[in-house]
Design a protein around this ligand. Structure first.
Ligand SMILES: Cc1cc2nc3c(=O)[nH]c(=O)nc-3n(C[C@H](O)[C@H](O)[C@H](O)COP(=O)(O)OP(=O)(O)OC[C@H]3O[C@@H](n4cnc5c(N)ncnc54)[C@H](O)[C@@H]3O)c2cc1C
Length: 473
């Protein structure tokens, strides 16, 4: 089938205004959030329901035209960006944005893939519930993209990754069939877990059109504190102290180095670190309680007292109101935005077992500074999960693009070698996409990688769903 015939068929399925072919209309869908990847597409299509998605996949399968699913386009690995060949179509899920059901007895919510994460949180709160997935892009990322990348964020410590928050899925397969898996069951051992197969598959095995999400009771009180710690061993000891004493009330534990906060203050002066004396590490800690304000506040104060006595913490500020607590979180979340303003940088989204974190940071920092004097290591992350965003910006005054072009490969090699030596992962929460494709076989090992290829071949034998992302077959 020629491109023209396919486009006509797609227009017939969803209406011509939802099949974008003009360059200016397609362009917002062709570059990723970080502006690292730009591709081309025959068309961008915007279906409004699962039947239309299925019909589009069938039409494309008949013509052997690959499809790149796209949610909010905030991913960091180029998974939602088409390649440069111009043969693919981008399928945006943004019009599948209905909340289909809220079941308060079952504590679940059924939503379509194009629902913006923040709108899901707000809808849940209107009904007195918490949907705990929370990340810096929540105003624009979509739940389908969160599921497809198994996104993490700031609440993983207490509630888990997106995978842990999902009970069922509706998925369009590579053959254009619809798998109706929207059961809100907490137990279902009837063979292979298809839901978990599609979650985290980055659009390479199926297109998620809807999901059943878990809801939790809204906490009645939340207290947030910023503390200064001298080093990583003290920071981990502090985490362990909070885990022991606050247990499931601990909902956030975010670490930021002074270098990352300096960058944040440079671009957002109103978000300077309120702790005095530029501590090497600043930790944002949040406790959430279902009992009372007093209960959680007293618990927080008692734990901080112990931490001060034991020398784990040198200074602490407890947010006195919601505005101040939000300002602490804003500071944490603006590090990523400050990096984007500073210019291109080399990102590493890694996890290390907490017991090896200090050694990893000491060795990697030393090697990096020895090889690149003046280099800026923008290091922060969801420390409670052992997840570091170990990002590298060139020395002040050096052109970031030229630096990255020359040093990207050796810098990635240096970081990933240390990750392997410390038993970590080269992608903690952002996925693989096209960014980490080449390193995956070496990282996962031949057996795991071959199993992944077998799955891809079995579910998508013609390789039409997001080809050349995650695994090459
Ligand atoms: C400021 C900022 C902060 C961030 N913080 C975090 C963080 O703390 N934790 C974290 O994990 N990530 C974070 N991210 C990365 C990003 O927001 C997440 O990866 C998010 O889950 C992507 O959702 P999206 O809707 O934008 O997906 P997209 O970027 O559109 O797509 C991501 C991948 O999923 C696939 N996909 C999208 N929708 C579907 C679907 N319906 N069916 C099948 N495949 C689909 C795409 O093909 C692509 O491979 C952050 C991003 C930004 C910009």
């Amino acid at each position: 089938m020629t491109t023209e015939l396919l486009i006509d068929e797609l227009k017939h399925i969803i209406g011509s205004e939802f099949v974008l072919t003009a360059e200016e209309d397609k362009s917002p869908f062709l570059t990723d959030w970080r502006k690292r990847f730009t591709g081309k597409a025959r068309a961008v299509v915007l279906p409004s329901n699962a039947d239309q998605v299925a019909a589009i996949v069938k039409a494309c399968a008949k013509s052997n035209v690959p499809i790149v699913p796209q949610g909010g386009n905030t991913g960091f690995c180029g998974g939602a960006t088409p390649h440069g060949s111009g043969t693919e179509i981008v399928l945006s899920l943004k019009r599948l944005s209905r909340v289909r059901d809220i079941d308060t007895a079952n504590q679940t919510m059924t939503v379509e893939a194009g629902c913006i994460l923040q709108s899901i949180q707000e809808k849940a709160a209107e009904h007195g519930y918490l949907f705990p997935l929370s990340l810096g892009a929540e105003g624009s990322c979509m739940i389908g993209g969160n599921l497809a990348t198994n996104a993490g964020g700031t609440n993983v410590l207490r509630y888990g990754n997106t995978r842990d928050l999902c009970l069922g899925l509706e998925v369009v397969t590579a053959q254009g069939e619809i798998w109706h898996g929207l059961k809100g069951l907490r137990k279902d051992n009837t063979g292979y877990d298809l839901r978990d197969l599609f979650i985290g598959s980055e659009g390479t095995l199926g297109i998620i059109t809807a999901a059943v999400l878990k809801l939790y009771p809204l906490p009645v009180a939340q207290w947030t504190t910023l503390v200064a710690t001298p080093d990583i061993p003290s920071t981990i000891a502090l985490l362990n102290l909070f885990q022991q004493r606050a247990a499931s009330l601990l909902t956030g534990f975010e670490m930021m180095t002074q270098e990352s906060l300096d960058l944040c203050a440079k671009h957002f002066p109103q978000m300077a670190n309120p702790l005095q004396g530029k501590p090497p590490f600043t930790v944002l800690i949040e406790l959430s309680d279902h009992e009372s304000e007093d209960h959680v506040r007293q618990l927080l104060e008692r734990i901080l007292e112990t931490a001060l006595e034991e020398g784990l913490v040198s200074d602490a500020i407890i947010a006195s109101n919601l505005t101040q607590a939000n300002a602490f979180w804003q500071m944490r979340e603006h590090i990523t935005l400050a990096q984007a303003q500073e210019g291109a940088n080399l990102k590493h989204d890694i996890t290390i077992p907490l017991s090896g974190l200090d050694s990893f940071m000491q060795k990697t920092d030393a090697l990096m500074r020895q090889r690149y004097p003046g280099i800026r290591i923008i290091n922060f992350g969801h420390l409670g999960d052992g997840n570091l965003h170990y990002n590298i910006a060139p020395p002040e005054g050096v052109d970031p693009l030229a630096f990255n072009q020359a040093e990207e490969v050796p810098i990635h090699e240096l970081v990933y070698e240390q990750v392997e030596l410390h038993g970590g992962s080269i992608s903690a929460e952002h996925g693989v996409g096209q960014l980490k494709l080449s390193g995956l076989r070496a990282h996962r090992g031949a057996v795991a990688h071959d199993l992944m290829k077998s799955l891809k071949r079995a579910l998508d034998p013609n390789n039409i769903l997001n080809p050349n992302k995650v695994v090459l077959i």
